[in-house]
Design a protein around this ligand. Structure first.
Ligand SMILES: N[C@@H](CCC(=O)N[C@@H](CS)C(=O)NCC(=O)O)C(=O)O
Length: 224
């Protein structure tokens, strides 16, 4: 299909460097680049996020949200699916093959991302004591992720992408794996590490990442 005439992607005005390259507008930028759909950035400040007009676009005040020819969308998975359903670059035409793409998109978001985010909360967001209980919980969550990653290694055997050819499922899987970048969970699984690098080497990802980082650089707080 011809790209929509007007696409605006909401992106955070700024975020701390520890999450640069992880904030979820990156997923949507990548999908848009793969699809070849030009878009504008809608840069939102914390005040914007709290405003009624932004909440009408993204009820939780988060990013990403997408305005697409008058249509309002939020949730990175839903936005990715909307783009993929209209782009052969992200989804094949055959119905059963399309269902496989949505299956793996849900798999990335519902089976892989929850424990990955729990680890992220324990390592990066939680600032309380990290005693024996924290350590036991962290070990439990890390073990949970390991079983998911080991399954993914088996699924990926002999394939460049999770479904053979590149699809929107790889956009989500890769961007979830990236959340583990400060751990050795992916790095110690060479097949998965190679998969992530293969996906990240795609020109569309490189362009999306460069634009994502450029936005933060443009709005970096002035040095004191
Ligand atoms: N499930 C949502 C999660 C969105 C989300 O967590 N967005 C974060 C950035 S990655 C955000 O906007 N954080 C700022 C805030 O919550 O104020 C999605 O996939 O779109």
């Amino acid at each position: 299909m011809t790209p929509p005439q007007s696409i605006q992607l909401s992106v955070l005005r700024w975020a701390p460097p520890v999450v640069h390259g992880l904030v979820r507008d990156l997923r949507v930028r990548w999908a848009l680049e793969e699809a070849g759909w030009p878009y504008e950035e809608h840069v939102v400040s914390p005040e914007d996020q709290a405003s009624a007009s932004y909440r009408a676009l993204q009820p939780f005040g988060q990013v990403p949200a997408l305005r697409c020819d008058g249509l309002k969308l939020f949730e990175s998975g839903a936005i990715g699916l909307y783009i993929a359903e209209r782009s052969p670059a992200l989804m094949p035409a055959e119905p059963d093959a399309r269902a496989q793409v949505t299956t793996w998109m849900f798999g990335a978001l519902n089976s892989l991302e929850p424990p990955v985010m729990m680890l992220n909360v324990l390592d990066m967001i939680y600032s309380g004591p990290k005693g024996e209980e924290w350590k036991a919980l962290r070990a439990f969550v890390a073990g949970w992720i390991e079983t998911r990653l080991d399954t993914l290694v088996q699924v990926m055997a002999g394939k460049d992408y999770v479904l053979g050819r590149f699809t929107a499922a790889d956009v989500l899987l890769t961007t979830v794996l990236r959340i583990l970048r400060d751990t050795d969970l992916v790095k110690t699984r060479p097949a998965l590490d190679a998969y992530q690098r293969r996906c990240e080497a795609r020109p569309a990802f490189q362009k999306a990442l460069a634009d994502h980082l450029a936005n933060f650089a443009r709005h970096a707080p002035a040095a004191r």
